[in-house]
Design a binder for this molecule. Structure first.
Ligand SMILES: Nc1ncnc2c1ncn2[C@@H]1O[C@H](COP(=O)(O)OP(=O)(O)OP(=O)(O)O)[C@@H](O)[C@H]1O
Ligand SMILES: [Mg+2]
Length: 231
């Protein structure tokens, strides 16, 4: 068994905010598994994802991704590590309106591998992946992304997370903005692409109906050490 993610004795709290503390003694996610973490609003789901992606830093503990403890990296190395290894799908997709759908998909490449590889490789990859999920060239090459439907935005967001061949995909409640049909489509597309690309998926959500689509689920409340037990 190889762990894509391993968290040990993690402790985080916001500066000047005593009411919220996040402490996890142990969390392990096996490579290539698709895992969902459930938790109610305010329980710390987004905070946890931001810690895993290295946007926030814990006060204590280790956070190993692909056997690298990101808490030991400098901010610059952490940013590089994120760009090379982690794909993120945001809750509201965060598609930039003023650039084309294709440019949205290729954004993560500009931070890393784009410099090293032939540009054409990633253009081709974007077109090929898009075709698989029913996004045609005309959609990709629109001048801007203002007029995309919610369903199109969700697919562009998936492609943007996967374009750079990440090791781990983090998805933050990506289904909450969607109706039932779009939600089902989104989950199916994401699952299929993660299988094809052999990537580990960690999603956080409050929607326990998603359980059946994942290899396993975790209740955040169960792995968090309660505030009153934290020194
Ligand atoms: N930038 C911040 N500064 C201070 N406190 C914050 C900040 N962001 C979040 N918090 C607090 O951290 C706690 C956890 O918030 P978080 O956003 O991680 O919850 P969540 O589970 O993602 O909630 P939701 O389901 O509503 O998205 C909350 O008490 C919140 O108020
Ligand atoms: Mg959140």
């Amino acid at each position: 068994m190889y762990n894509a993610l391993e968290i040990n004795d993690l402790f985080f709290k916001w500066e000047n905010k005593e009411s919220f503390k996040l402490k996890i003694t142990k969390l392990e996610i096996e490579n290539k598994k698709k895992i969902v973490i459930f938790g109610k609003s305010g329980s710390g789901k987004s905070t946890l994802l931001n810690l895993i992606s290295g946007i926030l830093s814990p006060l204590k503990g280790s956070l190993n991704i692909n056997n690298i403890d990101i808490t030991k990296l400098s901010q610059k190395k952490k940013d590089e590590f994120r760009a090379n290894n982690i794909g993120v799908i945001f809750q509201q997709f965060n598609i930039l309106d003023y650039i084309s759908p294709l440019q949205n998909i290729l954004l993560p490449c500009f931070f890393t591998k784009f410099k090293k590889y032939d540009k054409l490789y990633f253009y081709d990859r974007a077109f090929n992946l898009a075709q698989k999920i029913d996004i045609n060239k005309n959609i990709l090459l629109q001048n801007n992304s203002k007029n995309l439907s919610v369903g199109q935005k969700q697919r562009i967001a998936i492609l943007r997370a996967i374009i750079n061949k990440p090791f781990l995909i983090l998805a933050d409640e990506a289904t909450s903005a969607l109706d039932d049909k779009n939600k089902k489509d989104f989950i199916n597309l994401l699952m299929n692409l993660c299988d094809e690309e052999k990537v580990t998926l960690l999603m956080v959500s409050h929607d326990t109906s998603l359980k059946k689509n994942f290899d396993d689920f975790i209740n955040l409340e169960k792995i968090l050490i309660r505030n009153e037990n934290i020194n």
